[in-house]
Design a protein around this ligand. Structure first.
Ligand code: GDP
Ligand code: MG
Length: 452
């Protein structure tokens, strides 16, 4: 399988300098296959791979990752960036009600989504009203009413006496078209103080001009704040054409992907995002109300690549490398070779590592470094960083030479007081002395202090 092939490539030795063209080409070929298998549209794949290659060419070889891993990492970052670059929240109207219109093919999951959105809005403190404007498909109105009842959200429907939601019948006379129902529904929301209206519309199995005409007419009648294009993720390669047709025929401001509980790899997400430029806002992953969430670009990127394992491997490799680097620095410390440069690097590394920094407690030397740093908060760390960056390489290497006039120069250059520079230099010498003592007592380096 693809994952196997890549895992094979991952065993390659680490390189030096820039990533080689051969590495890039070979890995790019595998990524290309992964994207095509995930049903990303071919032109989108081409453009994407070209961009990734460009970025990979300029990249320095990572010490932590082999070239294949590094390219996968770049691909993943680019995917997340594209999928989530403009992720945004619902735009609520300044004066309610906010009108959200749903559009999409029949079976895409609009009516189901109306219920989910209703429940979600309610949970977020809104008082939504669902409006049943699919008068085409028999049973579409009662489907929305059932969904609304389940969500505990009232439904405005064209037939009197069938409304649900605990407010009695919501509805109008029966011989109305979908445009009238939409308009009346929005008016009803205003009168009954619903702050958001979700308009369910009709879809066809395929794109046709009558359906587009109707959706456009509803749009013109109610002037929605959001038009959400609902897209079945299982539609695969047809996603681009369908999205384009809806973009041209109705226009939309957000995309909702449905049926992500299926086995689709989700390439439709990337295609639609790239071709229309409209952000993906929500993801639906089942028939139940709670199978619904805001869209997470990182999860989708991992799904499209189909390399969740590889990605977590990469993450582990990078964290492991951080630990290795810390270990090397710790060895230096225990040999009394600590410089201010090491001191700074250690601090930055520990900060970057976050929770994994706790592992350092298990390492000789580095554990003491962490202890010494534990009283330092982030803001202080920024100042420490500024001070050390304000020193010359010679001063960082051999802090003993930092005399009074040098301290004044460093303080002026890094925007702190001389007192602060003194404090840092003192703390450095203290830490160094303490570490030398402790490592001496415990027979460092190479010892293991876990059992002491
Ligand atoms: P509409 O024609 O666009 O209104 O689509 P529906 O809301 O009627 O959904 C069509 C079918 O897909 C129904 O059987 C839904 O239960 C099902 N469905 C909708 N969303 C999802 C989803 O996220 N996952 C799964 N597995 N089924 C879904
Ligand atoms: Mg429907």
């Amino acid at each position: 399988s693809l994952s196997d092939r890549l895992t094979g490539a991952l065993k390659d030795l680490r390189g030096k300098g820039k990533l080689s063209d051969a590495d890039i080409d070979r890995t790019a070929r595998e990524i290309r296959l992964a994207l095509l298998e995930a049903d990303v549209a071919l032109p989108v794949v081409r453009g994407f791979i070209a961009k990734v290659k460009e970025r990979a060419k300029g990249a320095e070889v990572s010490a932590a990752l082999n070239p294949a891993q590094q390219i996968v990492k770049i691909v993943n970052e680019e995917l997340v960036e594209i999928l989530g670059g403009e992720t945004r929240r619902v735009r609520y109207a300044k004066t309610p009600p906010t009108v959200i219109m749903l559009a999409g093919l029949q079976g895409a999951g609009k009516t189901t989504l109306a219920g989910k959105l209703g429940a979600w809005l309610k949970k977020n403190g809104h008082t939504p009203l669902l409006v049943a404007c699919d008068l085409q498909r028999p049973g579409a109105v009662s489907q929305l009413q059932i969904v609304g009842e389940r969500a505990g959200v009232p439904v405005f429907a064209p037939h009197p006496g069938t409304g649900v939601g605990g407010e009695g019948a919501l509805g109008t006379s029966s011989d109305q078209g979908p445009v009238d129902v939409a308009r009346d529904g929005v008016a009803e929301a205003g009168a009954r103080h619903h702050d958001v209206v979700v308009i369910d519309t009709a879809g066809r199995l395929g794109v046709d001009s009558e359906m587009m005409g109707q959706a456009a007419a509803i749009r013109d009648a109610v002037d929605p704040d959001e038009i959400l294009f609902v897209l079945d993720a299982m539609i695969g390669q047809d996603a681009v054409g369908t999205a384009q047709a809806f973009a041209d025929g109705v226009g939309f401001t957000g995309v909702v992907l449905t049926k992500l509980d299926g086995d689709a790899r989700g390439g439709a997400a990337l295609s639609v995002r790239q071709v229309t430029g409209v952000p993906i806002m929500f993801a639906s992953s089942g028939e139940k109300l709670e199978d619904f969430d805001t869209f997470h670009p990182d999860r989708m990127a991992s799904r499209i690549l189909g390399m969740g394992d590889v990605l977590s491997l990469i993450e582990q490799a990078e964290q492991h490398w951080d630990v290795q680097e810390a270990e090397a620095a710790a060895a230096k410390i225990t040999q009394g070779e600590l410089t201010l440069e090491d001191f700074l690097e250690q601090m930055l590394m520990i900060r970057k590592m976050g929770p994994i920094g706790n592992l350092l407690g298990m390492l000789p030397g580095a554990g003491q470094m962490k202890d010494a740093l534990s009283q330092v908060d982030d803001k202080q760390l920024d100042r420490v960083q500024a001070i050390i960056r304000g020193m010359t390489p010679a001063e960082r290497d051999n802090p003993k030479i930092i005399n009074g006039s040098r301290r004044l120069r460093i303080a002026n250059g890094s925007g702190v007081t001389v007192g602060e520079v003194n404090q840092l230099v003192d703390r450095f010498f203290e830490a160094k002395k303490m570490m030398a003592q402790m490592s001496g007592r415990m027979g460092m380096p190479g010892g293991n202090r876990r059992n002491n």
